[in-house]
Each structure stands twice: as C-alpha cells, then as structure tokens.
Write a protein of this length. Structure first.
Length: 321
C-alpha cells in the first residue's frame, strides 16, 4: 500500500486530528517530573583503547525504576563541539560503537540510547521486563495517556538529556539529534522537550497521524499492532475516538511546534511503512527553520547514496555535499 496523496497535497496537509485539548498541560506536568528527578546513573569506561575516542556505557534509573542503557563516545583530547543524540529504529537497538567514530574523529560526541523493551540492553519494568518486541503503540491506549509506552520513552529521553547536561565532559555542550524511522520520531521529540537541542535530522519518522495510517491500511510491522487491534479486538471501531484521542498525546506532529532548533527531514515518496503524508503532517507544523528533502524513488530503506555524506556534513560542519 502506498500513500495516495500528491506531493502538492502533502505540502498543505496537517494531519487528521488536532492535539488533545489538554495536550500542553499534560506534557507540562509530565516534564516537570524531570526537574524533580535526582539522577541515579553509572558511567563506566570501556577497556578498549582508541587513539581519538573514549567509550563509556551509561546506565540510569528512569522514573518508573526501569534501567536505561546508552553508549557514550567522546573525543579523547578535546571537549566536544556538540553532542549527537542518536536514536534507533523500531524493535532495534543502538548502532554499533564504530558507527559513531567518524563523528567523534571530528569532535562531535555521540550518545546512543537503547529504547526500553526493544532489542538493546535497556529494561522495561513498567509492565513487562525485557524485550517485548511488539505492542508498543497500543500499550496503554485504552487505559489513558499516562499508561502509554511511548510516554515513558519520551521521558527517558528527557532524563538522558539531563544527565548529558550534567556530565563534566559534556556539560554546556549544544545538543543535536538524529534518527531514522522510530529514531527519526525520537530525534524530533528530543528537539521538542530538550531546549539544548539546536538541530534535528529526522529520516522518515514514525509515530505520526495514527488515524491516517489506519485509513490507508498500512499493515507493515511498525503499525501492525494498531491495525490488528481494530481487526481482531474492535472490528466495528467502537473505541476509535478513544484510541485516537489517547494516541494524540504521543503523536509526533503534535510536538512539532515545540521544536525551536533547525530541522532537516528526509522523506521517500515510496515509503510503505511510514506514510509520506504523515511525515509531512509533522513537517508542515514545524515553526522553526526547516528543510524537507524528498527522494521520489525511495521507500523505507537504507539510504546509501549521498545521504551518509549529507548527514556527516550536517553533524560536523565539514561540507562533503
């Protein structure tokens, strides 16, 4: 299934639903918990010896007692020029250590968080311990916004930013955020909830405009849980308004106006996982300096032509493109 909107229609599209009426108040209350939180974390240096970088494992205890794991790679001799928060795709884990080295060699520190309940080393104690693999969108959507899985992931990002802002090695450094798919969504969320994030680079972001996703019958694994909920649990859509109202609290497009840093997005028009129109619903709501790069022949796939050089240039300021 492919998106049926033209690019011209997408350029004006804002999404099917507006944010819940108390969206701003809800997140103001949630984020206030971050200022009250006293960090409990361990930063452990890895034994590997590199000429230009120092590698650390960071573990911290989140608001609900979950243990969140991140890789931290810092330039060895100089204070970082900036810190990249890099987020991974749905059901995955943080990138390999060596993926960060090209940025660190140019003075950019890299922090890569494992999303709780997915394939990495973070643990999710809120409802299920370990790798839950599926059900992350629908978890809590009938119980209310405070029960949503991604609500807690967003707060984990806020706590990670607070810790990075306190570490002697990175204190005072500007933040930038990057990710693809789920990672693209979380990079945008970081830009919305962390004032220190000056630039965001998001590739085909996930978690946007859920009603549109369902209407298009996108059955790809990323949104399969939502499709299956209605097919096998609520086939007459009696719960639809409740579901979409609750999911509005984690819908990335509803955070777009909160982002103050510059934003670059990449969208493949053949994306059959995250509908392009749902990505434009985020982009069109951004009020910061922004750029949308469109790839007409690409879907939800590896972007190995020009894009990696573009990302390196964006992160380091060394123009390869």
């Amino acid at each position: 299934m492919l998106d049926n909107m033209s690019v011209e229609e997408m350029a004006q599209y804002l999404g099917c639903d507006e944010a819940p009426v108390d969206f701003a108040l809800f997140w103001e209350n949630e984020l206030s918990k971050l200022s009250e939180w006293e960090p409990v974390y361990e930063l452990k240096e890895m034994a590997v010896v590199l000429a230009f970088a120092v590698c650390y494992e960071l573990r911290f205890i989140s608001l609900d007692g979950s243990s969140i794991y991140s890789k931290v790679i810092l330039p060895k001799k100089l204070k970082p020029t900036s810190v990249m928060l890099r987020f991974h795709g749905y059901q995955g884990r943080s990138a390999d250590w060596s993926e960060a080295f090209k940025y660190v060699a140019e003075g950019v520190a890299v922090v890569m968080m494992d999303v709780r309940g997915q394939a990495g080393k973070s643990e999710d104690f809120s409802q299920v311990k370990g790798n839950t693999v599926k059900g992350h969108i629908v978890r809590g959507m009938l119980e209310g916004p405070s029960h949503l899985f991604y609500r807690q992931v967003y707060l984990d990002i806020g706590l990670l930013g607070k810790i990075i802002g306190q570490l002697p090695q990175t204190k005072g450094c500007p933040l930038i955020s990057f990710g693809e798919s789920q990672g693209g969504a979380l990079a945008l969320i970081a830009g919305a909830i962390l004032p220190e994030v000056e630039r965001v680079f998001a590739i085909y972001p996930f978690l946007s405009d859920f009603r549109r996703v369902l209407a298009l019958k996108y059955e790809a694994e990323a949104y399969d849980d939502l499709y299956r909920h209605f097919k096998f649990t609520d086939p007459f859509h009696r719960q639809a308004e409740q579901v979409f109202e609750t999911l509005g609290y984690i819908d990335v497009k509803n955070f777009a106006s909160l982002i103050k840093g510059d934003v670059t997005m990449i969208c493949g028009l053949l994306d059959d996982v995250c509908p392009p129109s749902t990505q434009f619903a985020i982009y069109n709501r951004l009020t910061a300096v922004k750029e949308m790069l469109i790839m007409p022949e690409y879907g939800h796939e590896a972007l190995n032509v020009d894009c990696q050089d573009l990302l390196f240039s964006w992160a380091t300021g060394k123009n390869l493109c």
